[in-house]
Write a protein that binds this ligand. Sequence first.
Ligand SMILES: NC(=O)C1=CN([C@@H]2O[C@H](COP(=O)(O)OP(=O)(O)OC[C@H]3O[C@@H](n4cnc5c(N)ncnc54)[C@H](O)[C@@H]3O)[C@@H](O)[C@H]2O)C=CC1
Ligand SMILES: O=C(O)[C@@H]1CCC=N1
Length: 270
Amino acid sequence: MTKHTVAVLGTGKMGELVLSGLLRSGWPADRLLATARRPARGAELAEKYGVAVVGNAEAAERAGILAVGVKPQDAGTLLGEIGPRVTADRLVVSLCAGLPTTFFAARLPEGTPVVRVMTNTPALVGQAMSAISAGVHATAEHVALAEELFRPLGSTVVLPEYQQDAVTALSGSGPAYFYLLAEAMIDAGVLLGLPRQVAHALIVQTAAGSAAMLRDSGEHPVKLREAVTSPAGTTIAAIRELENHGVRAALLDALEAARDRAREIANQAI
Ligand SMILES: NC(=O)C1=CN([C@@H]2O[C@H](COP(=O)(O)OP(=O)(O)OC[C@H]3O[C@@H](n4cnc5c(N)ncnc54)[C@H](O)[C@@H]3O)[C@@H](O)[C@H]2O)C=CC1
Ligand SMILES: O=C(O)[C@@H]1CCC=N1
């Protein structure tokens, strides 16, 4: 384990997931710092995790690894605050959707290494998918450090930075699509006359079981779906409706829209 201190700058939902994941993996609390915009949030984090909550400037001076957990729209302001305190021997890890590492490099001292990571909310249960990319000035050693930070949260993969907007559309936003599907299927259960709690239990276990098979069997999803789809049976009747409603085309369009929005965020960032 690295001897660095990690500071989470902007400890909202994702920042807290990084903090709690590191603590779960045995990272000492005295090598973690957190920053928060609202004092009440800072007090909550200090109480819950036993980490020091400090200002952004102090965190930037004390920590070797700076994990930026603010919304992309707030990153410019944050970098304006910390830029003068950062030295090029730090590692900056961006959690921000859309923003390229050049956005950070332009606001930090020359030579500061930046790694871009797109993780997702299943980090809360140790099941995140975190995609890590070496950005400006980042070496293999910096990428290895980032992998060490994100491994406690779930799976990690190292990809070139140009793929990050697509990753954001797939796995960053991905949990929301599955939740939407689950929500709609539970409502369908209610439509068919099942009590809501029963529909909820059926769909949650079906989702968990299907995900486990998809991951653990190593089979292609087509093969798994075909095994459920009996000739002249119930499943094919449902699938015909899904195809009639263009669900596949909707998914292609939806993920392309998410990718485009990531690009737009980068263009709008100041
Ligand atoms: N929510 C999600 O599922 C995912 C979010 N992301 C990215 O993670 C980042 C954080 O997203 P969330 O955690 O959802 O947002 P959030 O709004 O929960 O957290 C951001 C936090 O930063 C704080 N903040 C803003 N400016 C600050 C400043 N100058 N100093 C200190 N704290 C400051 C805010 O008060 C807030 O608590 C975003 O850049 C987002 O694109 C990435 C993957 C998934
Ligand atoms: O919706 C968003 O912009 C963030 C990034 C990926 C998931 N949530």
